[in-house]
Design a protein around this ligand. Structure first.
Ligand SMILES: NC(=O)C1=CN([C@@H]2O[C@H](COP(=O)(O)OP(=O)(O)OC[C@H]3O[C@@H](n4cnc5c(N)ncnc54)[C@H](OP(=O)(O)O)[C@@H]3O)[C@@H](O)[C@H]2O)C=CC1
Ligand SMILES: O=C(O)C1=N[C@H](C(=O)O)C[C@H](O)C1
Length: 265
């Protein structure tokens, strides 16, 4: 069976390191190279002490030209991730994107690019199966509860707020929920931001603390009852089975897939 040739962008990062390990330990995956912003031309062994001779590239075009990968796994920052994803599609490489913080305009642009190139691209705000279920269950619950607040909690090194998972959860809920402005009509914030971000009338609260990894509670309320749906990732290995599934699936796709719930039955 032909191996899937993979480039990982962001290999020194918290997620990138795990993804490199995943690729190295998966039988039908091959690490073709990594994209970083330092150590150009060195091997991962030389630069990072990783048991691999895969080369580090700072130039994505050179990397793709020399390595001809099938898939790019991007785990960087929103701006860099978007740039990498566009270049990958234009270069015939299928992106699997875990990087969060893409705008709706970015997603629309990528959808068009996938149509033009007939290449698959998977953008997954959360690769953890439990988080995907949390989002699905929240969508189910929103049919019965129109009032909801999303509380996402992450480590304090996270760049984007709200998290990609919180935005995706809000989008999934809003696809079945009547638009509703929540809380008292006359409510006022004595301190700006007290009620969190407003997504079509529902509120998203972002907590950032050292010690946390990735957590989210979706809290529904109606007369005399509340329902809380919570997911916790305690390590980044929790995301890796989703990354593996996304890489395998993207090879079969010819369009944009936004959210792992679209490929997990
Ligand atoms: N979808 C999911 O399930 C998950 C998604 N994420 C998302 O993944 C992304 C990465 O998260 P995390 O690993 O925690 O972040 P880190 O900050 O640990 O890693 C990001 C890495 O990207 C590198 N980077 C920055 N610019 C470039 C560039 N031009 N080329 C290559 N690499 C670059 C950074 O390098 P430097 O150190 O030099 O800045 C850093 O090593 C975030 O958007 C996060 O939200 C995180 C967890 C799960
Ligand atoms: O930055 C993180 O850590 C995470 N980012 C993703 C997000 O923004 O939802 C996924 C997970 O929550 C971890």
């Amino acid at each position: 069976m032909k191996k899937v040739k993979i480039v990982v962008a962001g290999p020194r990062g918290r997620m990138g390191k795990e993804a490199v390990e995943l690729v190295l330990e998966t039988e039908n995956f091959e690490l073709a190279g990594v994209l970083d912003r330092r150590n150009d031309g060195k091997s991962l062994r030389e630069a990072e002490g990783v048991d691999s001779d895969a080369l580090i590239y700072t130039d994505i075009y050179k990397c793709f030209k020399e390595q001809q990968p099938d898939v790019l796994i991007d785990l960087t920052t929103p701006e860099v991730g978007m740039e990498h994803t566009v270049i990958a599609l234009e270069s015939g490489v299928r992106p699997v994107v875990g990087t969060t913080g893409f705008s709706t305009g970015d997603l629309a642009k990528l959808e068009d690019l996938c149509k033009q190139t007939r290449l698959g691209c998977i953008i997954a705000p959360n690769f953890a199966v439990g988080a995907v279920l949390m989002m699905k269950f929240s969508k189910m619950a929103a049919r019965y509860f129109s009032d909801v607040e999303i509380i996402e909690l992450h480590h304090d090194q996270k760049l984007d707020a709200p998290s990609g998972t919180a935005v995706k959860t809000a989008e999934m809920i809003s696809s079945v929920r009547e638009r509703k402005k929540q809380g008292h009509n006359d409510e006022k914030e004595a301190i700006p931001g007290a009620r969190g971000a407003d997504f079509e009338g529902m509120h998203i609260h972002s907590v950032r603390l050292p010690g946390l990894i990735a957590h989210q509670q979706v809290m529904f309320g109606s007369d005399g009852q509340t329902l809380s749906i919570r997911h916790d990732s305690y390590n980044r290995a929790s995301f890796m089975s989703g990354v593996k599934l996304a890489v395998e699936t993207v090879m079969e796709k010819d369009s944009l897939v936004y959210g792992l719930e679209n490929i997990i039955e």
